[in-house]
Design a protein around this ligand. Structure first.
Ligand SMILES: Nc1ncnc2c1ncn2[C@@H]1O[C@H](COP(=O)(O)OP(=O)(O)OP(=O)(O)O)[C@@H](O)[C@H]1O
Ligand SMILES: [Mg+2]
Length: 457
């Protein structure tokens, strides 16, 4: 269904020009000559196909653009309004954006500029509709985290409990499941000061120590001035220890002391400094197993693990896949990386996305959608726009399910497949051999064999 754009423009020539551009771009355009008429139509709550975006001129006889904007903010707050202003009236343009206009365009207007602004406004309203739908669905998803599956709803509850507590939180889960996103959300919801992050795998032991705890002047070669550590920087805020399993063993008692006593010593100093940093740690390893293997201190593990949030891999919560896919698609359009980003995902492509096991989790899904959005040549993402590994996983899953369901032997499966490829190539054996990855002689032999088998019973 084409998306609907309302145009409000008193000048007939300009109105027709705008309508033509947007119709050519595939939108369903509803033109009005006055703001009053547009407002009446838009206020009609029962309208079958509500508009998604309004493009309005500013200076018109009767009700002016500003007034229309003001009325629409009240009556249809979800609508995005793009205002057309005369060249040079930038001050009033800024006023308009403050008054709630989504965007403004200055005359003379370029076709591309208009289409791009409408695309962005539409992508933005889709994103907001999706957020509204999720909150109606009763999921308490915090802003920026897209999920509706059962396991994620349980995480949202843990998350709000964690935000109110001062105890350390340990977040575990495979790479790309959203651990950092959740850490940031705990911090945001806690209302504490700064969020300070450090990746424990990124630095060698001595640098990591002075990063975390700071150092005095002259503590080691190159320490030509004193430097407070990240613990001190996170005072009153949150310290995020990413990949905490990689924290070198000699530093672990120092971290433990900081957690237990609430104080740190800079490298080269004997003075203890009190710090109040809330600790959130994350790892994609099984930290308890690391303690059994002696790579992580038991006492530190228990200290960090007061509150534990495990983020399940995406394959264990397929209900989140369509939501996440739509979310990343809408974002690709808003962020303008792909100005002609498709607006939807075909049913076949969505089926493949949902069936794929996503070893790289949400990060892999995001990359796949962003790539598909730039490759897609129609207004939706289709199966062929997806990375080959995802398409192939889908085919083999359905093919194998079908074959095992029928109790086919490998021989029979091969024969059926060869026959299907031949049918699709219209009997062209060279083409079929190429698709099958066989040389022609081998294909002829296989065909002769299967004829023999059929003849022989
Ligand atoms: N539920 C979600 N909603 C929206 N975006 C998400 C969600 N989960 C993950 N993402 C996005 O996926 C990407 C990977 O997430 P993040 O960096 O938090 O993963 P991670 O678990 O910390 O991975 P790693 O272990 O590799 O560090 C980010 O771009 C993040 O914004
Ligand atoms: Mg991370």
């Amino acid at each position: 269904m084409p998306e609907r754009v309302v145009i409000v423009e008193d000048d007939r020539e300009l109105r027709e020009f705008l309508a033509e551009i947007l119709e050519d771009a595939g939108y369903d355009v509803q033109p009005f000559a006055t703001a009053d008429a547009a407002l009446r139509a838009l206020s009609d709550g029962d309208a079958e196909e509500p508009a998604d975006v309004v493009v309005t001129d500013l200076v018109m006889p009767g009700m002016r653009g500003q007034e229309l904007l003001r009325e629409l903010r009240v009556r249809r707050p979800e609508l995005n309004v793009i205002v057309i202003t005369a060249f040079g009236s930038i001050d009033s343009a800024i006023e308009l954006v403050k008054a709630g206009a989504y965007d403004y365009l200055t005359k003379p207007l370029g076709a591309d500029e208009l289409v791009l602004a409408v695309q962005r406004a539409l992508a933005d309203s889709r994103l907001r509709r999706e957020v509204a739908r999720l909150s109606r669905a009763g999921t308490a998803a915090p802003p920026g985290i897209v999920a509706a599956s059962r396991p994620m709803q349980e995480i949202f509850q843990l998350l709000s409990r964690a935000a109110q507590s001062r105890h350390p939180v340990l977040i575990t889960g495979e790479s790309g499941t959203g651990k950092e996103l959740i850490a940031r959300e705990i911090h945001r919801a806690s209302g504490r000061g700064d969020f300070v992050a450090i990746n424990c795998a990124a630095l060698p032991e001595n640098l990591l120590e002075s990063e975390l705890f700071g150092h005095e002047r002259g503590a080691f070669t190159g320490a030509d001035r004193e430097k407070p550590g990240l613990f001190e920087a996170a005072h009153g805020g949150t310290l995020f220890l990413d990949e905490v399993a990689e924290l070198p063993l000699p530093l672990q008692p120092k971290l433990l002391r900081a957690l237990e006593q609430g104080e740190v010593r800079r490298v080269g100093s004997t003075k203890a400094r009190a710090v109040d940093a809330r600790i959130v740690a994350a790892t994609n390893r099984d930290l308890e197993a690391e303690t059994q293997d002696g790579r992580f201190r038991d006492d530190l593990f228990w200290r960090l693990n007061v509150l534990h949030i495990h983020v399940p891999p995406l394959r264990e919560r397929p209900a989140d896949i369509p939501l996440l896919a739509e979310h990343f698609l809408a974002r690709a359009a808003v962020e303008g990386g792909a100005p002609h980003a498709p607006r939807g995902i075909s049913a076949e492509a969505m089926g493949l996305l949902t069936a794929y096991p996503w070893p790289g989790n949400v990060r892999e899904l995001r990359n796949a959608i962003e790539r598909a959005a730039t490759l897609a040549r129609t207004d939706e993402i289709r199966a062929e726009d997806l990375p080959p590994r995802i398409r192939e996983a889908g085919w083999s899953a359905s093919l194998v399910a079908d074959a095992t369901g029928r109790g086919l032997s490998l021989r029979e499966l091969e024969r059926a497949y060869i026959a299907e490829v031949l049918r699709q190539t219209g009997g062209n054996k060279s083409r079929a051999a190429e698709i099958l990855g066989l040389d022609r002689k081998t294909l002829y032999r296989k065909l002769a064999e299967s004829r023999g088998e059929e003849a022989g019973g």
